[in-house]
Each structure stands twice: as structure tokens, then as C-alpha cells.
Design a protein around this ligand. Structure first.
Ligand code: PMP
Length: 406
């Protein structure tokens, strides 16, 4: 296969050519949300201009077109993740997906004193739902600890798995440290101990090929807006036997076969878990996004981002007074750091004036910030459309801010 033309690919993203504060935009916040290629914007536009109707309700032509396009998007996503479409529930994103697992799968199974393992590097979306159901059923949350480099302590985890934990909530890739966790290996260990695994794939699926079926997990959640798709899209894959055994989470239209006042017959999965009118246009856009990413090739994207990460790590390591958080050997292109003498928010605010969009804060990962003893970090997250010149702009921007604050 010929090498992708990264300059041409960058031009597929209309927003990347705009200016901010009179400077060319340098967008280093794709871990927060990804920019959208024209193909995605056009797919959403085309749906509303030419096909708009509700799904699974009307027999008219537009209704059929909308249903086919929506189910077509499910098929595209399923192929992208190497899963069966019927095992993929579409929902508004990772947050809803994990809440669905917590309330529909875990809550009915957990009892007082049961242990839910949650890794130290989880996003709040994979912590708070577990706390909420633990309060209801009397289960206990136990942290899975990490090394200062940001790597899961596998030996300690093994002991926790063997000690009778019921469920493990783990991110595939940390949104703060970039650590790529050895999910396949960890799920095999969990399975041997009868521990259910809930994997948060939000930061993994946009940046590397992910073969969900081969990971050996019980649940895999992801969010579409980080995958170059529209906001309010995402999904949850689960083993078929789980979908079959789980009660519905939300009730309403679309998720039923027959409703009577003396009882309701639910639809089959995945529809049983998709109550109400879905984000039809959003999923059609997400389908276009995975077509777009597959067209470039996820292995090529992973390789490009690994090269950008190496370049950025080298450049940032040379900045005096800069401390990087997260130095795992297996790492996605996310760089969290602090610079001596500059508060994270001040640095991000002053860099914004240079046209550089970079996140600062706790990144919805308070327990991780507590581990490092800091209230906030700056986070530059790179995507395949970024360039070495943009990394240079970040480094130059940091140097300028340091001079201003000195
Ligand atoms: N998990 C991780 C690792 C994330 O990075 C995010 C988004 N920042 C989420 C969960 C939540 O995703 P959403 O807000 O789209 O539900």
C-alpha cells in the first residue's frame, strides 16, 4: 500500500485551516474531542437535506432510507471493531455505555461486600457509575494501583483478582498519561479468576486498530466524537450472553415488541437497549468517520502518531523545568506535563493567545491527580493530522510563556 499523504489528509479537516487570535490554529486537544473531516460533515448534512426521517417507525421511503442508513452505520462500526452488529448497542457515548453496564449488568449481580476493582488512571466516567451502584448494593470500590511511570501494577492486580473481586473497570488507553494497558493479558487473568471486565476504549479506538472480539473482555465502551464522528454518538459491545441476560436500562419506544398494561415484551438486543429516537444523523456521520479512518488505515494512523509522539517527547524533554507525567513504554500520543513556575491554566491560557489549543486541568481523573500530588496538568494530545511544525510551535510557545512569567 502507498504511504498516506499526510498533508492532503490534513486538508480534509476544514476547521484546521482557521485562525485563532490572528494565528494559525494548532489543535492539540483531540483526546478531548477530535476534529471532523469534510466527509463526516457532508454525511450529516446530506442526511438532513435529503433523507431525514425517524428510524424503525415509518414504512414510507424516507423512513426506510433512514433506517437502512442507521443500521448501515452500526454495520460499519461493527466491522471497524471486528464484532457482530447485533452485539453492538449504539448510545450517546462512553458515559452512557458504562452506566448501562453498571445498572443493568452489575447492580443485579453484586452483593454487600463485593469488590469492584477500578484502576487509578480511570476517567470519572469509569469511576462514578461504580460508586453510585456500590452505594446501592453495598459493594466496595478498590483501586488498582500504578507505578510512577503510569503502568498498572500487574502483580498487585493479580492478587486483587485472586482475592475474589467481582468486576474490573479498566481503560484501554489513559486519557491523561497515554499509557496503553495490556488489555488482552489483563482480561485473560481476570477471566481465569471469574472477574468481569469493563473496558473503556474511548482513547484507544481513534488511534490504533482495535480487534474487540479478540481482547477477551466482557464489555467494551467507546465514544464517537473522539473517533472523528459527531458528539452524542458511541457504543457498547458486550458478549452475547450478557445482552441476553441483562434487563433493559431505559424504557420507551423502539425497545419493545408489545406493550400492554399487564406487561411488556421487549425487543431483541441490541434494540432492547436503545430506547427512544437515536442520534440518527450523528451515527450516519460516525459511519462516515470510520469509513474515512479505514480509508487511511488504522495501522498507518498508529504509526504516524507514534512518530509524532517520539518527536514531541524528545522536544518537550529538552524544555528546562518541564516534567512529563506518563512515561510508559507502550503509549499513545498524549503528553501531560507541568512547567516549573507556570500554573497549568495560565500556560494553556497564554498558549491559546498563540493559537495553540491545549487542555489544562484534572482531565476528569481526580484520583490520578491525587496520586501525582498535583491539582492539574497541561495535556497536548496529538492526532495523525498534526505536524512536527505544530510540536515546534508548542515548544516555542512554552519558551515564550516562560520568558513572560520569569
Ligand atoms: N473515558 C475516557 C478515557 C475519556 O477520555 C472520556 C472523554 N474525555 C470519557 C471516558 C467520556 O466520554 P464521553 O464524555 O464522550 O462519554
Amino acid at each position: 500500500m502507498s504511504k498516506p499523504d499526510w498533508t492532503a489528509i490534513r486538508a480534509d479537516f476544514p476547521l484546521l485551516s482557521r485562525q485563532v487570535h490572528g494565528k494559525p490554529l494548532v489543535y492539540l486537544d483531540s483526546a478531548n474531542t477530535a476534529q471532523k473531516p469534510a466527509a463526516v460533515i457532508e454525511a450529516v448534512d446530506d442526511f438532513y437535506r435529503r433523507h431525514n426521517a425517524n428510524v424503525s417507525r415509518a414504512v414510507h421511503a424516507l423512513g426506510t432510507e433512514a433506517t437502512e442508513a442507521y443500521e448501515g452505520a452500526r454495520g460499519k462500526l461493527a466491522r471497524f471493531l471486528n464484532v457482530q452488529p447485533d452485539d453492538l448497542v449504539l448510545c450517546s457515548g462512553t458515559t452512557l455505555a458504562i452506566n448501562l453496564v453498571a445498572y443493568s449488568f452489575a447492580l443485579p449481580r453484586l452483593q454487600r461486600g463485593d469488590v469492584i476493582l477500578v484502576s487509578r488512571m480511570e476517567h470519572h466516567a469509569n469511576i462514578v457509575p461504580w460508586q453510585l451502584i456500590a452505594q446501592r448494593c453495598g459493594a466496595r470500590i478498590e483501586a488498582v494501583e500504578i507505578s510512577p511511570e503510569g503502568v498498572i501494577d500487574i502483580e498487585a492486580l493479580d492478587r486483587q483478582l485472586a482475592a475474589g473481586a467481582k468486576l474490573l473497570a479498566l481503560t484501554h488507553v489513559s486519557n491523561v498519561l497515554g499509557t496503553i494497558n495490556p488489555v488482552r493479558e489483563i482480561c485473560a487473568r481476570a477471566r481465569r479468576n471469574g472477574v468481569f471486565t469493563v473496558i473503556d476504549g474511548s482513547q484507544a479506538v481513534p488511534h490504533q486498530p482495535v480487534d474487540v472480539a479478540s481482547l477477551g473482555c466482557d464489555f467494551y465502551a467507546f465514544t464517537g466524537h473522539k473517533l472523528c464522528g459527531p458528539t452524542g454518538t458511541g457504543g457498547l459491545w458486550a458478549r452475547r450472553e450478557h445482552w441476553q441476560s441483562m434487563p433493559p436500562f431505559l424504557g420507551g419506544g423502539e425497545m419493545i415488541k408489545e406493550v400492554r398494561f399487564d406487561g411488556t415484551v421487549f425487543n431483541d438486543p441490541p434494540h432492547k437497549f436503545e430506547a427512544g429516537t437515536p442520534n440518527i444523523a450523528g451515527f450516519i456521520g460516525l459511519g462516515a468517520a470510520v469509513d474515512y479512518l479505514s480509508g487511511i488505515g488504522m495501522p498507518a494512523i498508529a504509526e504516524r502518531e507514534a512518530a509524532l509522539l517520539r518527536y514531541a517527547t524528545g522536544k518537550l524533554s529538552e524544555v528546562p523545568g518541564l516534567k512529563l507525567f506518563g512515561t510508559a513504554p507502550d503509549k499513545a500520543a498524549i503528553l501531560s506535563f507541568l512547567v516549573e513556575g507556570a500554573h497549568a491554566h495560565d500556560l494553556a491560557t497564554l498558549l491559546d493567545l498563540e493559537g495553540i489549543a491545549m487542555r489544562s486541568g484534572h482531565h476528569c481523573a481526580h484520583p490520578l491527580m491525587q496520586f501525582y500530588g498535583v491539582p492539574a496538568t497541561c495535556r497536548a494530545s496529538l492526532a495523525f493530522w498534526n505536524t512536527e511544525a505544530e510540536v515546534d510551535a508548542l515548544v516555542a510557545g512554552i519558551a515564550k510563556v516562560r520568558r513572560m512569567l520569569a
